[in-house]
Design a protein around this ligand. Structure first.
Ligand code: UTP
Length: 475
């Protein structure tokens, strides 16, 4: 078989040999039935696979126990939400520092939007989801308008880098183009694709979902780090005079993009990387926490925490490990360059999933049990290389509402309500009566465009005190 293939496609001889040597020859089992186009297509996929690397990946990570956390855990110092008048005055100073940083044009935004969004049903890129409570604007549009409004407010340019994947790149770019880039100058908007890795069976074999298609999946949000370098994005940022990146995930509809307060803390503490966290609701909440393990800052995943650490209390009776990671970071370009020097920059994490595949008879199987391994790297793993980090607490209800599931928790429904509730609080704090139900949800619909007000302060300046809410407000 191998000889036949090599003879037929001599240009792919090395790649064919690698596949056979790696014991993956089953991918050619339908070779004779393929059209020339399908054959070429399959060989191109084979050529994109680093077989020795895949072999290493499978054998390294399969041996690893599910819980990898070992060592001594300690809570980090977290800058809490200002509560006293003095803390508020100090926070205001910090805010002005962040504003100066924005005015200098040294910050870019990096949105990771390469995920498959499987829990949501994978119907197109998550950012294209229509989510705004009244206008139905997409998540991408909301982000774009926040960036536009910030640019106007600070008379600056904030380049926006959006990471997509092979699966959703075309649809994402077409969506932006068909909406005229939501008013942004396309010269300052850059899409780049993250890498993909094959999905393996539990025995380490490549899986296929057609006779000529090898199943791959995006290599995790940590893939942004690799792609930034490989695709020349970092070089582009440096050419533009960018010093820091504001990083966030596409699916958080409450994200305060390039929040001056956060940037201010980052700059004034001369941090290499900063993180926003929210207080865990209860010990058992399934969220990764920020902690020191043997003196290095890390995110400890929920599954890695012992029951004792999960419920441990501090001297005030609150959770000792309360700093829940919401994947909102500022990272310095200098710091990223330092991380690139390291061979062990980012490890891979494995996830066992149910992935439909073709069996040896060519029938599509929809497995009921986990049958496949996906490999992903996580951006937060670079934390262990940080010498100076700042951790800032944010209020969950103000800044974190991700869209993950079709219904229930973290769904489009909760995201819409969270937006309405946020705008409701802004109005309430401006002295306007806003009715809420027993669960604290606003009764009625409110949407405030980032162009009208980016935050509570701006809204307060614009809305007349005499304004009366009648159940529907669209500004
Ligand atoms: P999630 O881990 O929630 O994955 O990603 P997801 O793809 O959105 O959804 P599921 O798990 O398949 O249901 C968190 C963020 O990281 C991005 C996602 O686009 C989302 O913004 N991400 C994730 C990437 O950019 N690339 C990846 O490989 C994985």
């Amino acid at each position: 078989m191998r000889e036949q293939l090599e003879k037929e496609y001599p240009d792919y001889r090395d790649q064919i040999r690698s596949a056979f040597e790696a014991g993956q020859q089953h991918i050619f089992r339908w070779w004779d039935a393929l059209s020339p186009f399908e054959k070429e297509n399959l060989l191109r996929q084979v050529a994109s696979i680093d077989f020795p690397f895949l072999h290493k990946l499978f054998h390294t990570y399969l041996q690893k126990p599910v819980s990898t956390f070992r060592g001594t855990l300690a809570p980090p110092y977290v800058i809490s939400v200002p509560a006293t008048p003095e803390e508020r005055r100090s926070a205001e100073r910090i805010y002005r520092i962040g504003e100066s940083f924005l005015r200098r044009g040294e910050i870019a935004v990096l949105t990771v939007a390469g995920g498959d969004g499987t829990r949501l049903g994978g119907n197109g890129p998550k950012g294209t989801l229509h989510i705004a409570p009244i206008s139905g604007k997409s998540i991408f549009q909301l982000h774009a308008e926040k960036i536009c409004a910030l640019q106007k407010r600070y008379g600056t340019v904030i380049p926006w880098y959006i990471m997509t994947s092979e699966t959703n790149n075309k649809a994402t770019q077409e969506f932006f183009a068909s909406h005229d880039f939501f008013g942004l100058d396309p010269r300052h908007l850059c899409f780049f694709m993250q890498g993909m890795l094959p999905v393996l069976s539990l025995e380490g074999k490549l899986l296929m979902n057609s006779r000529s298609t090898i199943i791959k999946s995006p290599n995790g949000h940590g893939g942004s780090l690799i792609a930034l370098k490989e695709k020349g994005i970092l070089a582009d940022m440096k050419r533009r005079g960018i010093r820091s990146l504001f990083y966030h995930q596409v699916d958080n509809v409450l994200i305060k993009i390039a929040d001056p307060a956060f940037l201010g803390y980052h700059v004034s503490n001369a941090a290499e990387m900063s993180l926003k966290v929210v207080r865990k609701r209860q010990g058992g909440e399934k969220v990764g926490i920020v902690g020191y393990i043997d003196g290095r800052l890390q995110i400890v995943e929920y599954s890695e925490l012992s029951q004792e650490d999960m419920e441990a209390r501090d001297e005030n009776g609150g959770l000792k490990y309360h700093a829940g990671n919401i994947a909102v970071h500022v990272m310095n370009i200098d710091f990223l360059e330092k991380v690139y020097q390291r061979e062990d920059a980012l490890p891979y994490h494995i996830a066992r999933k149910k992935v439909p595949f073709l069996n040896e008879h060519g029938d599509l199987v929809l497995p009921e049990e986990n049958n496949a391994i996906k490999y992903e790297s996580f951006i937060f793993d670079i934390l262990k290389h940080v010498e100076k980090a700042t951790i800032v607490e944010a209020l969950r209800e103000d800044e974190f509402s991700p869209v993950k599931n079709m219904e229930g928790e973290n769904s489009p429904e909760t995201a819409k309500q969270d937006m309405i509730n946020l705008f409701g609080r802004w109005l309430h704090n401006a002295g306007i009566t806003i009715p809420v139900d027993a669960r604290g949800n606003v009764i009625g619909l409110i949407e405030i465009s980032p162009f009208f007000a980016l935050d509570e302060e701006e809204l307060r300046k614009k809305i007349p005190q005499t304004f009366q809410f009648d159940g529907l407000l669209h500004l």
